[in-house]
Design a protein. Structure first.
Length: 204
């Protein structure tokens, strides 16, 4: 909402030209119409409250784990290995970093740095946003993606064997977590989080 008007108009023209016709509401955004911008603000806040906020602690935990692992990897193996290992198939050709993508293209950075942004909901090839006069952004799949939907009934053999909660706890152990972390992420008690998994139907 604080973006310069020229930037807003340029972005609206780029997006609308590719995906949808210009509507009175979009023209209102371009002209800084107060009501149009209030509608946009309310929609974004409602979307955040409904879809992002309930899972934010899990998103944050996944991001923190990703950052910690990438930082250690960078310190141990260097920048070339760290960037080349962001996604399977990434490699260097001289000073050019190459990724397997659906469309062929070449991106040249502007000399203002590169921000790595792991996404817990994107599992496709890397996405690059180049900004003139600012750091460019490279979006790549996180190591531990956030499951947006639970397993279908009968579709997860591990849940059928151990029970849904124990299977969920086991699924989180791909990264270092305390019992408190597990309980918070799965919204269960600490005693449930620390209970060892055992096949359903057996007795302790």
């Amino acid at each position: 909402m604080s973006a310069p008007t020229d930037t807003v108009r340029a972005e609206l023209e780029r997006v609308c030209r590719a995906s949808r016709p210009v509507t009175p509401w979009i023209r209102g955004l371009a002209d800084r119409d107060k009501a149009a911008w209030q509608d946009l603000e309310q929609a974004v806040r409602s979307a955040y409250a409904s879809f992002v906020a309930p899972s934010w602690s899990r998103v944050r935990s996944g991001f923190d784990a990703e950052r910690a692992w990438r930082t250690r990897f960078l310190a141990q193996h260097g920048i070339r290995a760290a960037l080349g290992g962001l996604v399977p198939g990434g490699h260097w050709q001289g000073t050019t970093l190459v990724f397997d993508c659906l469309k062929h293209g070449e991106v040249k950075l502007t000399g203002h740095g590169l921000v790595l942004l792991p996404s817990l909901v994107w599992d496709g090839p890397p996405l690059v946003a180049v900004h003139e006069g600012a750091a460019s952004i490279l979006i790549h799949p996180a190591l531990t993606p956030l499951p947006l939907l639970g397993p279908r009934d009968g579709g997860d053999p591990l849940s059928a064997l151990l029970g849904r909660t124990r299977a969920a706890v086991l699924g989180l152990l791909t990264r270092q977590l305390t019992t408190t972390d597990i309980a918070r992420e799965l919204d269960i008690s600490k005693s449930s989080a620390s209970e060892p998994p055992r096949p359903s139907g057996t007795r302790a």
